[in-house]
Design a protein around this ligand. Structure first.
Ligand SMILES: Nc1ncnc2c1ncn2[C@@H]1O[C@H](COP(=O)(O)OP(=O)(O)OP(=O)(O)O)[C@@H](O)[C@H]1O
Ligand SMILES: [Mg+2]
Length: 421
């Protein structure tokens, strides 16, 4: 039997890993311990060429499927971990088969829900997790994917300007359908609700969430958020032909939710007196795309919204100061070189792993506002930046790569059905 590593383009060192031994038994110097969510399969992390990779051991066929799904998901630009390679045909020294493996790139600045719930208490924080989960599930469904096993441990979260953005981490049960039937979609939502309510109840039972936490309320919120969003993004509406402004209103609502209407199907009814409108292609990332077009900065949706607001405020202030109008392009260029880039470059090297640059900038804007309010006047940029680094960023944990502190998720033994292909 020959080990096959498919898909590797970089990380030649992957070939050096001890594929002839079960992952649980590895003692390779490349292994690193990371904070991670619970899992049925053995998942371990290795550091190769300055990058951290996650290795998950499962059956050959499942590993191939998961790898393929992650590649397909990546083509649609949905938020998910990035597949590096799939390893199949493994066998030990006696020729006995060992399960295959999927290798993914560690998602920088990603946080498992257990990390977030342990550090950030209160209903508001819990709701952010659920809201992010609802957006991810809607996005997958819009692109024809069903998850099959949507749950909090199967997602990773990144901070997104006061909100969270969820990423898919476990694609083992994911399927692509074209078209995706309403029945499959509803079924997928039901699985998510059950998993999430069950998962929260388990955390309460384990004392990791306060005793009064209502697991059903988590599921209900997900259900509500999911349905509201799905409806707004896909529902058909009918207007009289002299009410076309309502079309702009619909597009505006989609934009505020962070989506672009790529295409609207407009059909006339009632002898051309009324029109029917249905968004046929909606894409998440309205503000993110706009910011990328203006500045080249690629960030998450809410971060982009915040950065665009700052850019607009900068433009308005400059127009007042110069007493003339500035084009959006010129304002964006100046904002980038006078505001955003100097801030990012000034982050002291030892603090660069604390927050992603756009997230740090978002928190800096909050800090500057707070300091100015306290002072009753605008605090100069240099002073606000310096106090943000010293008083805020320095006190935060490193979140680029989250290493375990005292409490660690143990590497669990593989369940019987995954050890052998
Ligand atoms: N690429 C990655 N980046 C960061 N963390 C990761 C990555 N891959 C896996 N993890 C961590 O490992 C955990 C387990 O991964 P995963 O859900 O794929 O395993 P699993 O055994 O299939 O889970 P299940 O019990 O749902 O079958 C995740 O919750 C996540 O915390
Ligand atoms: Mg999982």
């Amino acid at each position: 039997m020959q080990v096959q590593l498919a898909g590797v383009r970089e990380y030649a060192d992957l070939f050096e890993l001890p594929w002839g031994r079960p992952l649980l038994e590895w003692q390779d110097p490349h292994l690193v311990r990371m904070v991670r969510g619970p899992s049925q399969h053995v998942v371990r992390f290795v550091e190769l060429g300055g990058h951290v990779l996650a290795v998950k051991e499962t059956r050959d066929d499942r590993a191939r499927h998961e790898y393929q799904m992650l590649r397909t998901i990546a083509e649609t630009e949905l938020p998910a971990v990035e597949a590096v390679c799939v390893v199949t045909g493994r066998a030990d020294a006696d020729g006995a088969p060992i399960g295959g493996a999927v290798v993914t790139r560690y998602l920088d600045f990603s946080l498992p829900y257990t990390y977030l719930l342990a550090r950030e208490h209160g209903l508001e924080h819990q709701r952010r997790l659920i809201d992010a989960a609802a957006v991810l599930l809607v996005r997958l469904h819009l692109d024809g994917f069903i998850w099959g096993d949507c749950s909090l441990p199967n997602m990773l979260f990144r901070r997104d300007a006061g909100a969270l953005a969820a990423y898919l981490v476990d694609a083992e049960t994911t399927e692509h359908h074209n078209p995706l039937s309403g029945r499959l979609r509803t079924n997928d939502v039901e699985i998510a609700l059950e998993n999430i309510a069950g998962g929260v109840a388990d955390l309460v039972a384990a004392g990791r969430l306060p005793a009064g936490t209502d697991a059903v309320e988590f599921a209900e919120r997900l259900d509500r958020r999911y349905s509201e969003l799905w409806e707004e993004l896909t529902e058909e509406e009918e207007y009289a032909t002299d009410e076309l402004w309502r079309l702009d209103e619909r597009v505006g609502r989609l934009n505020r939710l962070g989506f672009d209407a790529g295409e609207l199907v407009v059909s006339s009814v009632d002898g051309n007196r009324r029109i029917r409108i249905r968004p046929s292609i909606v894409e998440e990332g309205h503000h993110a795309r706009k910011l990328a077009r203006l500045t080249g900065i690629e960030v998450q949706e809410n971060q982009a919204r915040r950065l665009l607001n700052d850019l607009n405020a900068f433009r308005a202030a400059e127009e007042r100061r110069l007493d003339r109008t500035l084009s959006e392009g010129v304002a964006a260029h100046r904002w980038l070189s006078e505001r955003f880039e100097p801030f990012v470059e000034a982050i002291p090297p030892e603090l660069r792993g604390r927050l992603e640059p756009a997230e740090a900038y978002h928190q800096y804007l909050d800090h500057r506002w707070f300091r100015s309010e306290q002072a009753g006047a605008d605090v100069p940029q240099a002073e606000a930046v310096a106090s943000f680094f010293d008083d805020v960023l320095r006190g935060r944990p490193d979140e680029r790569v989250v290493l375990p502190t005292g409490e660690v998720e143990a590497v669990r033994p593989t369940s019987p059905d995954v050890a052998n292909a």
